[in-house]
Design a protein around this ligand. Structure first.
Ligand code: NOJ
Length: 542
């Protein structure tokens, strides 16, 4: 029986927990997480207090990019279980009062998708190839790639297509903005559009509440494939985003208008969250116009530095630009593509990362985020304060970035290490057999769910209390007002709560009020004054 709320605007203020299926829980003992493992742990997520889950792709895939290379959008990969498990997962989550969002990957298929397999059998340039970007190369025999575009994962964004009858280079190339095993789809082809709408309906009919859209800003490429010029970083969630001919083209908005019509034809309407990586909050909000996507990850916030004035500016700018199109803001600090925020926010001196201050800042940052109006995304393990794992041996690394750059860019495996559930045992309860597709460090046991559950002051208990209070006080639905506060600190009110944060080297003294929650046990109320040490945040009752 579904116990989800009847609120059709739930996405405007929900807390959505990102489950990375490979690394959450392994029920069949092969060392890779799976859908039955997730189903077993759904009560943990319900008790944590999240409103919804987003699952990264679990579809049939050769796993050249951890499942973002989809060979069949309607079927679960057998590594992750049966297709019926996906439906069971939706029903069980609904029973527990949580909604479920899947991931759709429309920018590219796997090179093992039947469309690409079929294309490779036919002469390049022929009709079948119109589903992909198949372009004649430069030079007399097409021996040079069509332009200078680079793959986000390193190397060229083009691979030469072999002539199907001779196996020799044909002078035609296909585009892959990511790995060569992820050919980009050509969204000018109506069949590509129709098929994706069918896929949306397929899962909507099976009860899924919405989709996170992979590379949502990339589907339409500039006509004529002009050179993009030299640039150091193609995507870089952590860095400045560049305006390039392969991203954020105006034609992409029509696609989402059509998708919105599909989502709105359901009762209750289904929702979208775009992975929209664009240069400015203004261009970001274009995706959030009332007839397009409901929400999109706010990477401007994710990229913000641990600096009070800067953070305030980013929050204001995000709220203003989203409000202009009537959309809520979506806040996020970590995901499966970037260094975990407990490490990213840590002060560094040379090669030394101050992990304790990193964790202190991460906890404070999470308390700030969970009080902001709008919806918030949590990435599995952040509620345990997991840091980035930096010492994975090279031969265990799976991220194509590591391999395509010959190890120059270490890649994203460090934030994808399987979750520790128990204090002891091989793989810390991730898998009954003890296998784990990426090795976990020894210290993961102390950070496990078992070690933290019920332990006052643990990161897990802080998140649980934050989510409980956020619900009780409807913080996600409030309006933020800034309060004057000293340099390097932040203070704002939302509903009946004041949020204060000390982000510099000095403590913050604030008139005492009822302390609802603090990111550190060192926040103290003495003699009519509350004192926050550096790198802490607190929620006070007004
Ligand atoms: C963004 C996804 O989050 C990332 O994991 C993936 O590698 C790329 N898109 C390509 O699909």
């Amino acid at each position: 029986m579904s116990n989800v709320s009847v609120d059709t605007d739930w996405w405007r203020h929900a807390v959505i927990y990102q489950v990375y299926p490979r690394s959450f829980a392994d029920a069949n003992g092969d060392g890779m997480g799976d859908l039955p493992g997730i189903i077993d742990r759904l009560p943990y997520l319900a008790a944590l207090g999240v409103d919804a889950l987003w699952l990264n792709p679990f579809y049939a895939s050769p796993q050249h990019d951890a499942g973002y290379d989809v060979a069949d959008y309607r079927r679960a990969d057998e590594r992750f279980g049966e297709t019926a498990d996906a439906e069971r997962l939706i029903a069980t989550a609904h029973d527990l009062g949580m909604r479920v969002i899947f991931d759709i990957v429309p920018n590219h298929t796997s090179s093992e998708h039947p469309w690409f397999v079929e294309a490779l059998r036919t002469p390049p340039g022929s009709g079948i190839w119109s589903r992909y970007h198949c372009v004649r190369g430069r030079g007399p025999t097409g021996e040079e790639p069509p332009n200078d575009w680079l793959s986000v994962f390193g190397g060229l964004a083009w691979t030469q297509i072999p002539d199907p009858s001779t196996g020799e280079p044909s002078g035609w190339w296909y585009l892959h903005l990511f790995d060569s095993a992820q050919p980009d789809l050509n969204w000018n082809d109506p069949e590509v559009r129709d098929e994706h709408e069918r896929v949306l309906r397929h899962w909507f009919d099976r009860g899924v509440d919405g989709f996170r859209i992979d590379v949502a800003h990339g589907l339409v490429k500039t006509e004529g494939y002009p050179d993009s010029g030299e640039h150091p970083d193609m995507y870089g969630l952590e860095n400045e985003v560049l305006v390039l001919p392969q991203w954020d083209q105006p034609g992409v908005h029509d696609i989402y208008r059509a998708w919105r019509r599909v989502a709105d034809s359901y009762d209750p309407p289904r929702v979208f969250c775009g992975e929209v990586v664009v240069a400015t909050p203004e261009s970001h909000s274009m995706y959030l116009r009332p007839d397009e996507l409901h929400t999109a990850f706010n990477f401007h916030y994710l990229r913000s530095r641990w600096e009070a004035a800067h953070l305030r500016e980013v929050i204001d700018h995000s709220l203003e630009t989203a409000a202009q199109v009537g959309a809520p803001c979506t806040w996020v600090l970590s995901n499966h593509d970037i260094r975990r925020h407990a490490t990213r926010l840590a002060p560094e001196a040379g090669d030394v990362v101050d992990a304790n201050r990193g964790l202190a800042r991460a906890r404070a940052a999470s308390l700030i985020m969970l009080a902001l109006p709008g919806s918030a995304y949590l990435y599995q393990g952040e509620e345990l304060g997991l840091p980035e794992v930096t010492d994975i041996p090279d031969d265990k690394r799976e991220d194509p970035t590591f391999h395509r750059t010959n190890g120059e860019v270490v890649g994203r495996d460090g934030c994808r290490v399987p979750i520790p559930w128990r204090t002891t045992g091989a793989s810390f309860g991730f898998s009954d057999t003890g296998a784990s597709w990426l090795p976990q460090p020894e210290y993961f046991g102390e950070l496990s769910v078992e070690a933290q559950a019920g332990s006052a002051g643990s990161t897990l208990e802080m998140y649980r209390e934050a989510l409980r209070l956020r619900h009780q006080l409807s913080l996600g639905e409030g309006t933020l007002s800034w309060l004057d506060s000293p340099e390097d600190t932040l203070a704002f009110t939302i509903n009946n709560v004041t949020v204060v944060a000390a982000m510099g080297e000095q403590p913050l003294a604030w008139p005492a009020a009822e302390l609802l929650l603090a990111s550190s046990p060192d926040v103290v109320v003495v003699d009519g004054q509350i004192t926050l040490p550096p790198d802490t945040a607190a929620w006070l009752r007004l």
